[in-house]
Design a protein around this ligand. Structure first.
Ligand SMILES: C[S@@+](CC[C@H](N)C(=O)[O-])C[C@H]1O[C@@H](n2cnc3c(N)ncnc32)[C@H](O)[C@@H]1O
Length: 800
């Protein structure tokens, strides 16, 4: 996205031009228009007070949108040129005199809306500027509380600074609804944001502290920095719109490891600093020296301390564990329950809201957590099913086993799961005849290096897990690509209904474990619209060919019998036909597999890869697939080789029980790298170029329309000339002359209509619609615009 410039010619953006065109005094008018479009407060207002109104564009908008006979009062330090239907005067809104003048103008009326777009023109340091603006906002709020009617609306501009949250807190005390928004016409480079406060509570008495700048900005501390986000997203540098912290002018921050050990908020340090230093200070630090010699301080820990910004969750966890161990050695053990509570309190944001709101938020949070937990479980379940199918494909399991799994036998969660027993190191005990208790199911237990009593480790694990979840949620909120990717994933997983529990049930509701019902047939796979594209592709494979007869098999047929039946069915096809379909399917499968490896190309999977005749229609769109197809076509590789290549270390990764963050991390890099030939890369490039060179749909349509019109014209000409040719009253000469005239008239192009420039001055100022006395195409300009364009041209010429 292009960066908007606020200075120089960058100022003259589309809103500036639009404002000139529409006759508004400032581009700010569109901010109010857009705010009003969203919240619709102007149409409902009969009395409006505009604080800091010069030059008056907000008053102009208000006069346009509010009902006739409304009262609009505008005040500013600067003079405001008269605006029809608007009372304006010059005054400082922070003074008593201004308050009295407003009272005079409004008489006994109360305002339905108070607007404030004030910006002090101090021009000193930014920090100072922001503070004065916040104070001005508080002053305007003070006036609003005096003049607003109950239920009224207060709209104000606020700058994102450390005073933003305290201001929001005050607004929330006085209004039922407070929403911060940035209208599209507000420049991205500007730290301004608009807060729309609706439903003025009109309390009988307002605590003066609410409106006292000293109190408001001093009492509420800035929100606690989001250290977890920094920990999990170290490489992403946020733009410091609010400026750097006072005295913090460096990009690289170091802190001594002893401070990390001593702190009560280690996460904050991990999120804020770049390095934990083992360097001795000039005076020497005994604790640091001891720390360096501890056996827990391994080389790995030292390396992790070197650059915190490149660490992943695993490394952060080992640093935190190391800290706890060191604290224990140093006798700094914290009471566990207490520590969690303290840390939670330290990291928690100040919640400036009333109790009910807090309860609602808490409920929402719990609901969200529950949702994400069920989603995760569902995803795991689907993943398990998918794996089972792949295993079946590789003849590693029989359909019978799938049936068993559905019934709960052989399943990981079933009673006799040896896998789970093994996780708890109990299988050995069982073999040796001892009894093993299998109680805990938590993954943390499985990961706790066999030390079940490691409460700190568990606690850290849980905290980091929940932080990771929160971090992912935040990323989803801000990253639309990620959201789309997740949605696609969900689409794929949720769509899968191939082996639902219901599938195993008879019509009479009895649970059937029979192969004939739990095993999907090829026909089923093709016919079922419930299957995902991936599953449909899967069932299209040779292994399922000839399994049509399965339905006819009696209940209780063994898998062996099915296989025997399937083989002759397969044999019915002619050899050449078989090998041909096999080749094409392998190539297509390989193409699909290589597509899978690329994140960006997942879009394809969402579309149905079938033509109308039911054949697969998979285009080769990646260089990898092209290279593969090329090697298959040239005989360099056989389809068997492609199959063999499918067995690699990425193929059957056991992801069961692995935490999500680990899988996410692995997913980024754990992909097979398939060789790409230069020829394949060039071919794909060429293909993409051809696709890009194609005109867009609109252009194609326009061209088509032009062609059609030309054809219609030609047809008309043909008919007319035929009529002329048949006219016996005309001589041959006259006929040819008439036809020639027709032709020349048809070929003649219509002159382009000139666009008339109308300067927005005099009676044309601020009009909407066609200016009086102007015919044809027109464009409203102002004299300034002409000068600006000339200046731009001059500059461009100079540069070239
Ligand atoms: C961005 S402009 C307002 C634009 C206005 N909303 C419009 O649409 O034309 C900010 C205005 O705040 C005014 N201002 C700043 N401090 C003020 C004060 N203490 N009292 C009154 N106006 C003030 C400035 O004079 C300036 O005209």
């Amino acid at each position: 996205m292009a960066i908007q410039k606020k200075h120089g010619k960058g100022r003259l953006d589309k809103w500036y031009r639009l404002a000139k065109e529409k006759g508004y005094r400032a581009r700010a008018a569109f901010k109010l228009i857009q705010l009003n479009k969203k919240y619709g407060f102007l149409e409902k207002s009969k009395v409006l007070l505009d604080l800091c109104a010069a030059p008056g564009s907000w008053c102009q908008v208000a006069a346009e949108c509010m009902p006739a006979q409304s009262i609009i009062v505008g005040v500013d330090l600067a003079p405001i040129k008269p605006i029809p239907r608007v009372i304006s005067f010059q005054s400082d809104i922070t003074t008593e005199k201004c308050r009295a003048t407003i009272r005079q103008h409004l008489k006994h009326w109360k305002a339905d809306t108070v607007l404030h777009d004030g910006a002090p023109n101090v021009g000193t340091a930014w920090v100072q500027d922001a503070f004065s603006q916040a104070e001005l906002v508080l002053q305007s709020l003070k006036l609003a509380t005096e003049f607003l009617i109950e239920g009224g609306t207060f709209v104000t501009k606020v700058f994102r600074s450390k005073d933003y949250n305290p201001l929001l807190w005050v607004f929330k005390q006085l209004f039922n609804s407070v929403e911060a928004t940035k209208p599209p016409s507000s420049r991205n480079v500007s730290a301004e944001i608009f807060v729309v406060c609706r439903g003025f509570k009109a309390p009988k008495r307002i605590d003066p502290k609410f409106l006292d700048a000293k109190h408001v900005f001093a009492e509420l501390s800035a929100p606690t920095p989001n250290n977890e986000a920094k920990v999990f997203n170290p490489e992403k540098k946020k733009r410091k719109r609010e400026g750097y912290e006072e005295g913090d002018w460096t990009q690289h921050k170091e802190i001594s490891v002893t401070e990390f050990i001593n702190t009560t908020d280690p996460i904050a340090i991990l999120g804020t600093y770049h390095k934990l230093s083992f360097d001795q200070s000039p005076g020497g630090d005994l604790a640091l020296a001891t720390l360096g010699r501890l056996e827990e301080t391994t080389d790995e820990i030292r390396t992790c301390c070197e650059d915190l910004r490149v660490l992943g969750k695993k490394e952060f966890r080992s640093l935190l564990k190391w800290r706890i161990k060191v604290r224990e050695k140093f006798g700094l053990v914290v009471k566990k329950g207490q520590a969690t509570k303290d840390e939670a309190e330290e990291v928690a944001e100040v919640a400036p809201m009333d109790e009910e709101l807090a309860i609602q938020e808490e409920l929402q949070r719990i609901r969200d957590q529950e949702n994400s937990r069920t989603k995760k479980e569902r995803r795991k379940e689907n993943e398990k099913k998918r794996k089972e199918i792949v295993r079946m494909q590789m003849n590693m399991t029989t359909p019978m086993e799938i049936g068993m799994e559905q019934g709960g036998l052989g399943d990981e969660d079933s009673v006799f799961s040896l896998k789970r027993v093994d996780r708890l190191n109990a299988r050995a005990a069982m073999v040796s005849g001892k009894e093993a208790e299998v109680e805990s199911e938590s993954e943390e237990d499985a990961e706790s290096d066999g030390d079940g009593s490691d409460d700190d480790g568990d606690r850290l694990e849980r905290e980091l897990d929940s932080m990771y979840d929160q971090y992912q949620e935040r990323r989803e909120d801000t990253d639309s690509k990620l959201r789309a990717k997740k949605a696609r994933k969900a689409y794929e997983t949720e769509e899968w209904e191939g082996f639902s529990e219901n599938d195993g049930k008879d019509d009479d509701g009895e649970d059937s474990q029979s192969d004939s019902e739990t095993t999907p047939t090829a026909d089923d796979a093709q016919a079922s619209t419930h299957l995902s594209n991936k599953a449909t592709l899967f069932f299209d494979q040779d292994i399922f060919q000839g399994l049509e007869d399965i339905e006819d098999l009696e209940d209780g047929d063994s898998a062996d019998e099915m296989e025997q039946d399937a083989v002759p069915a397969k044999g019915k096809k002619s050899e050449s036909e078989k090998s041909k379909t096999k080749e094409t399917k392998q190539a297509k499968k390989a193409a699909e597999q290589s597509d899978d490896s690329s994140d960006d190309e997942e879009v394809e999977r969402l579309e149905d890869p079938r033509k109308a005749n039911g054949q697969l229609d998979i285009d080769i769109i990646t260089a990898e697939a092209m290279a593969l197809a090329q090697s298959l076509a040239t005989g360099e590789k056989r389809s068997v080789d492609v199959m063999d290549d499918g067995f690699n270390r990425y193929a059957f990764r056991d992801v069961d029980g692995l935490p999500e963050w680990f899988l996410d991390d692995e997913g980024k890099h754990g992909k097979p790298h398939r060789p790409i030939t230069a020829a394949a890369a060039a071919a794909i490039k060429e293909k993409m170029r051809a696709i890009n060179a194609r005109p867009i749909k609109k252009v194609m349509e326009a061209k088509g329309r032009k062609k059609m019109k030309a054809a219609q014209k030609l047809e008309r000409l043909r008919k007319k000339s035929a009529l002329l040719a048949e006219d016996e009253t005309l001589t041959e000469r006259d006929k040819s002359q008439a036809i020639a005239r027709l032709m020349s008239r048809a070929v003649k192009k219509k002159p382009k209509q000139q666009v008339k420039l109308v300067v927005a001055r005099g009676s044309n100022k601020g009009i909407s619609g066609r200016p009086r006395g102007v015919k044809g195409k027109y464009k409203i300009v102002d004299s300034r615009m002409k000068k600006d364009i000339r200046a731009q041209k001059r500059l461009a010429k100079k540069k070239s």
